[in-house]
Design a protein around this ligand. Sequence first.
Ligand SMILES: Cc1cc2nc3c(=O)[nH]c(=O)nc-3n(C[C@H](O)[C@H](O)[C@H](O)COP(=O)(O)OP(=O)(O)OC[C@H]3O[C@@H](n4cnc5c(N)ncnc54)[C@H](O)[C@@H]3O)c2cc1C
Length: 510
Amino acid sequence: MSSDVQHDYDAIIIGGGPNGLIAASYLARAGAHVLLLERRIETGGGLNTDEYFGFRFNLHAVYHLMADVMPAYKDLDLPNYGLRYVVPPYGAAFLLPDNRSLIFSNDATATAEEIAKFSSYDADCYMNMWNDFQPMLEQYLIPLTYELPMPPLEQLELMEQNEAGQEMARISEMSFVDILDDYGFENTHVRMALLSFPAMWGLDLNEPLGFLYPLYLCRMLNAALVKGGSHRMSSAIYRSFVHAGGIVRDACPASSLIVEDGTVVGVKTVAGDTFRAPLVISTLNPEQTFIDLLGEEHLDDSLRSAVSGWEWEQRSLFGLHLGIRGDLSYKLQDTRVDNALVAFMGLSTEEDLHSHLAAVDSGESDHAGWIHVTVPTKFDPTQASDGYNTVRIESVAPYSSPWTEITPTYAESCLNLLREYADLEDVIVQRTCTPVDIEQRLTTMKRGSIKHGAYTPLQLGYFRPNDLCSQIETPVPGLLVAGASVYPGGMILGGPGYLGAKVALELLGI
Ligand SMILES: Cc1cc2nc3c(=O)[nH]c(=O)nc-3n(C[C@H](O)[C@H](O)[C@H](O)COP(=O)(O)OP(=O)(O)OC[C@H]3O[C@@H](n4cnc5c(N)ncnc54)[C@H](O)[C@@H]3O)c2cc1C
């Protein structure tokens, strides 16, 4: 660290989303003097809750897959700052057009019994797969989410050391479809359901991303909601940060990084203020960090080519948020579906799912053929007044559709599809959130890319965002990266922010 320059702070964090807040709070609680800059009028990023006439709508993140295993929860004392999770009894329910349903929970035996209604053979396959996945999660996938990534060969060597690792190495090269084939699943409805877990996040079912499958299936079946709305989580981290002496400047976008002798020494804001620190941690996407803020003139050829090759997600999300009078209840005989965190509807078979995703990828999707629906107030009544409920309808959708023209009809198609499966009383408030709205609200999510960039084999693990920056430090001294575009990636994992703080504390010698 240079000592002859006057610094205002030990570290400056750019971006007050979950990762920026987590990094900031760890640093401040360890004794560092930290400034956090946020572009919007409030911190939270994807942890957003807006209140409309008494209904709280979580326009972005709502399912918290790592709630119980995220180190920040305990380390930052978040329960003490107001964070409470609610875990619904069933993780997912699939509602089929013929009135049958398939309910998944974290009780594998109960889920296998559900699957047995469709195929007893597939029920056995599910038990085998589930049992294989548990040691992979406990020994590798969860702990490694909070450790710096290893180069692929080192990672393979580590995994060769025991059976769970060998099994994980084996499925790592497979696609989600290959994994189902490998375990022998035959029933098309069961396969549709199992593939929906990665598909709902826009992942390509045919890319070799198999190592993600245990996470997307098993962690979704443990997913929690934040009591009071997702923004409560960001408020809790914010409070822990400010309590530790951290400074937040919201409505204060960073406009450029200050570079002296090839080293980043501070940040300039749009308002014209300058702040200096020996470390600047950006949680923005690679284009914003390296091109907009740093400037291409400071990139060497390898970093320039890594940044210019960054790919956005091909699929985004369309959200329709409803405030309703009365309850939403599904028209199925099995009333347990009412208590599922997420209910999927619109598709019946695996073929339906593949054709639906192909239509999304063609960019011509002008109506919702597949929706997943959550009624947050069913599990947390604090998000609406007594006698009222909120309903969140989401659909995997292309960015490129002409959203200004088709939003009303697309929303109507979501509502019509839901009404085929559910009795819905008066809809009082409706709020849409298109892929273009996502990008406008959170500039980090360019092209509606909810994870700040595609999940492809070359943009994951040691290669996220590229092999020069996945260890948090970048080739530019003084500049660290720790947002969703960095290992372990997007969603509310709290991984990049945690690792960002860890590396920053080592560099600061705190
Ligand atoms: C519709 C939708 C649904 C989602 N659902 C889920 C879900 O259910 N579960 C889940 O786990 N994840 C979900 N996600 C993904 C999740 O929200 C993101 O992956 C996560 O928020 C990324 O966190 P982050 O801190 O890295 O970045 P962000 O949340 O993008 O935060 C970055 C912050 O930087 C700020 N910023 C931008 N430019 C500047 C600047 N120049 N100066 C200062 N600040 C700046 C932004 O305003 C923002 O607050 C969803 C996302 C969307 C859009």
